[in-house]
Design a protein around this ligand. Structure first.
Ligand SMILES: Nc1ncnc2c1ncn2[C@@H]1O[C@H](COP(=O)(O)OP(=O)(O)O)[C@@H](O)[C@H]1O
Ligand SMILES: [Mg+2]
Length: 383
């Protein structure tokens, strides 16, 4: 079929032709945002899930919804090895300038700024120096909280709400995550219309709970996972309707088996099936041919790009993980495959968690943050 019309789009943050299986989480978040804007406290959201399940796409979808309803959305992706103050400062500033519409707001801003002393990084706001005391001042909790309160009050005066859409939150250092949690909780208890919709790898939940033990109760942590069979049928068939093309039932069954319902892989298989098919009914035989191409593409891109970020010893650790025949191999079994002592491997394990390659679903266990990564390692890396 004409490759230029192929609707499927595997790629980080690429909007799928049909966003399936997420209506519940979307509705829950829309309700929380609406309540916050009405001055009723509700929980901030931290979506957690493996790579390629559609977290970024959900953030973008929700931001568009929020903006269409008159919320002020501020979006950014947290970068590895950056500080919260560096990452949050510009978006907070952007929110304030965006809210700078009515005179009343200017008074609110001016008053709150007077309360801030000992400022380091400074930014211009209406002739005032709005500063962000950086984390190592020892008062970072207070500073971020004060700035968020300020933005929250400005939003309230403007009869809107500010929503931060932050991706890759697993990279926020633990002590700084505590700062963010305290600030969000403060704003919720004050019924200020400022909230967060975040996303991150599964380690985010553990980081948040370690940062503040009450985090799990105060925030909403929806798990974004693989799609169920019926949703996979829709993800594949619906984009084809307007082209008068269909997958046969056994073709879909095979794709479900191969992809295990993971959204990125569904887009990849969908794309390759379209490209190899010659007739408007995509058959099991087409899927067989497409599978070879799909795996080649994933190995060269999706999987490989992650693997390349690791050092040789980290790669050896992951290869040993794949060898232990379990979705959540125990650290002791990994050490066994590598012929090493457990404590020798602890720093490697920690650096892989920090890089976002693996996480620990339970004490002493490890799992890959990339779905089907163990199969990739077994097919491409020798032990
Ligand atoms: N609900 C969905 N239905 C179908 N495809 C989806 C869905 N969510 C995401 N995708 C596809 O999956 C891929 C990965 O999405 P992305 O948002 O980048 O994942 P993540 O941020 O979790 O790594 C993209 O190609 C996207 O089009
Ligand atoms: Mg993403």
């Amino acid at each position: 079929m004409d490759r230029c019309n192929n609707p499927f789009c595997p790629g980080a943050g690429f909007r799928p032709p049909e966003l399936v299986g997420r209506s519940r989480v979307i509705e829950d978040i829309e309700v929380a945002l609406t309540r916050v804007r009405r001055g009723i406290p509700d929980r901030s959201t931290f979506m957690v899930g493996l790579r390629g399940v559609g977290k970024t796409v959900l953030l973008m979808h929700l931001k568009e919804w929020a903006e269409s309803k008159g919320f002020m959305g501020v979006e950014f992706e947290f970068e590895e090895s950056k500080k919260l103050s560096e990452m949050m400062g510009p978006p907070l500033y952007k929110a304030l300038t965006g809210l700078d519409k009515i005179a009343k707001v200017k008074d609110v801003v001016a008053n709150a700024i007077k309360g801030l002393t000992g400022l380091v990084g400074t930014m211009r706001y209406e002739g005032l120096e709005l500063g962000l005391r950086v984390a190592n001042s020892g008062h970072s909790n207070f500073d971020l909280l004060e700035l968020m309160r300020l933005v929250g009050e400005a939003a309230k005066s403007n009869q809107t709400a500010v929503v931060f859409f932050i991706d890759e939150l697993q990279y926020v250092p633990q002590n700084e995550l505590a700062t963010l949690i305290v600030a969000l909780q403060f704003c919720a208890t004050e019924s200020l219309p400022i909230t967060l919709v975040g996303a991150g790898l599964p380690q985010l939940l553990g980081h948040a709970v370690k940062a503040k033990s009450y985090a799990e109760r105060l925030f909403y942590f929806p798990e974004i996972g693989a799609l169920e069979y019926n949703d996979v049928v829709d993800a594949l068939q619906k984009p084809l309707e307007k082209h008068d093309i269909k997958f046969s039932d056994d073709a879909i069954q095979k794709i479900f088996e191969q992809t295990q319902g993971y959204p990125y892989f569904i887009q990849q298989w969908g794309r390759d099936c379209w490209d190899v098919a010659k007739e408007p009914l995509i058959t099991l035989e087409d899927v067989r041919m497409a599978t070879i191409r799909a795996i080649d593409s994933l190995d060269a891109g999706f999987f490989r790009s992650r693997f390349d970020r690791c050092t040789p010893t980290e790669r050896a650790y992951m290869r040993a993980m794949a060898e232990v025949n379990s979705l959540t191999p125990r650290s002791s079994d990994i050490a066994g495959v590598m012929n090493k002592e457990l404590n020798q491997l602890a720093p490697l394990r920690a650096s892989l968690i920090k890089k976002g390659m693996i996480y620990s679903p339970a004490h002493g266990d490890a799992a890959f943050t990339v779905p089907l990564f163990a199969d990739y390692l077994k097919r491409t890396v020798s032990l």
